[in-house]
Design a protein around this ligand. Structure first.
Ligand code: 9RB
Ligand code: ZN
Length: 388
């Protein structure tokens, strides 16, 4: 390849560096080998009633995200961290031994469906341990000040998995395992979770339900998945009362609603809580092009909310913020959302433009609507009442 072609493929770009951030990235090809089998989007194929296709939670969206980072020229400017497998003790801080043994057994014996709507393939136990462990490896690098922040592009996802079972494509709750690791290994007392996936982060919520050492915040599409969870009134209990903040936005919410929810609820909650570390379960299924979600986020929206979180992290915890990948099912768009977030984290703007941005930004309803403001106001009241 001559240099002309290299330039065409962005490989020579150093980008525009806005800040001198050292950003870590975790990815391993093993993550793509977790086999969710065939389905039609989310409907399992039975060979009779629906044509088989790839399962929505297949490797392609993630591989394409990684590939776009490479094509943009950003990839070599990140600090690549080799994931390690989480230990059983790491997983058992969040999950029951029965759940762990069940996954281990299924994975070693041909796999199958388990828990709620989750497929375990051959070897998925080890891959799920590497997924959770990817976050732990990144935490070690951030806590050792080797890097400032990072994005862990892990799979299988985690935020729906509960203590006793796999759920919603998630085997172990990666974010909660990471939070418990920070609390146990690094003696932290306040870890904040800001879950912007379009689905409710019920697994992370459950893991810190009665514990104020985790502030769990989730923005999600109202009554989507799980349909019976994620209400504003679900506050946590005991010591955890008021330390769970749900912002169930109406379907159709766009950048105006997300930015307002962050300005009015998420960011003030963080300043009150003063976390020592921020973990972001990051799905891009709230994007305008997602086949499952019915929200309208776009890359510029993700840049804005990432910047807001980074500023809070800067002010509150020495910039320590880590994203861990969850959902996002548009093969074409997920990579651009991911690139936008990693560019923002690193302060490097490559010359790749989001070819969908004009289309998404021009859709009706991107501005804040009254019904969205109502939900945001309700969530704000939780922050004002419980967080001092
Ligand atoms: C239900 C079904 C789903 C659908 C989507 C997800 C996405 C998870 C994600 C999980 C489960 C089927 C409710 C099939 O991206 N999380 O971040 N379940 N769908 N049948 N039924 C009754
Ligand atoms: Zn999701």
């Amino acid at each position: 390849m001559d240099s002309l072609q290299l330039t065409a493929f962005h490989l020579n770009t150093t980008g525009t560096k806005e800040k001198n951030m050292k950003t870590a990235f975790v990815w391993h090809e093993s993550y793509a080998w977790h086999n969710t089998g065939n389905a039609a989007l989310i409907i399992p194929s039975d060979g009779k009633s629906i044509q088989s296709d790839t399962h929505a939670e297949d490797p392609e969206t993630k591989r394409r995200f990684r590939n776009l980072l490479e094509m943009s020229g950003l990839y070599p400017q990140l600090t690549h961290i080799l994931p390690r497998m989480a230990t059983e003790a790491d997983i058992l801080r969040v999950h029951s031994i029965e759940h762990l043994e069940n996954i281990k057994h299924l994975s070693a014996n041909g796999g199958g469906e388990t828990g709620i709507l989750t497929v375990v393939g051959n070897g998925s136990y080890e891959i799920a341990m590497l997924s959770a462990g990817g976050l732990l490896a990144m935490i070690d690098a951030i806590m050792a000040d080797e890097v400032d922040n990072g994005y862990a592009l892990v799979r299988p996802p985690g935020h729906h998995a509960t203590r006793n079972q796999a759920e919603g494509f998630c085997i172990f709750c990666n974010s909660a395992v990471a939070g418990r690791y920070l609390i146990d290994k690094y003696d932290l007392n306040r870890v904040a979770f800001v879950d912007w996936d379009v689905h409710h982060g019920n697994g992370t919520e459950e893991a810190f339900w009665d514990d104020d050492k985790g502030l769990t915040i989730s923005t999600h599409q109202d009554r989507f998945y799980p349909a019976d969870r994620g209400f504003v009134e679900q506050l946590g209990e005991g010591k955890g009362e008021g330390y769970n903040i749900n912002i169930p936005l109406p379907p159709g919410s766009g950048v105006g609603a997300y930015v307002k929810a962050f300005e009015q609820v998420v960011i003030p909650a963080l300043y009150k809580y003063r976390p020592e570390f921020i973990i972001v379960p990051s799905g891009f299924d709230a994007s305008a092009f997602d086949p499952l979600g019915r929200m309208m986020m776009h890359t510029d929206g993700y840049r804005q909310i990432t910047k807001m979180l980074m500023k809070a992290a800067e002010d509150l915890c020495d910039g320590r913020i880590m994203m861990c990948h969850e959902g996002g099912y548009s093969r074409a768009y997920t990579p651009f959302c991911g690139l936008a977030v990693v560019e923002t984290l690193s302060g490097i703007r490559t010359d790749v433009e989001d070819p969908f941005l004009e289309l998404a930004a021009g859709m009706g309803g991107q501005s804040l609507q009254p019904a969205q403001q109502d939900v945001i106001n309700q969530a704000e009241q939780v922050v004002n009442k419980y967080l001092k």
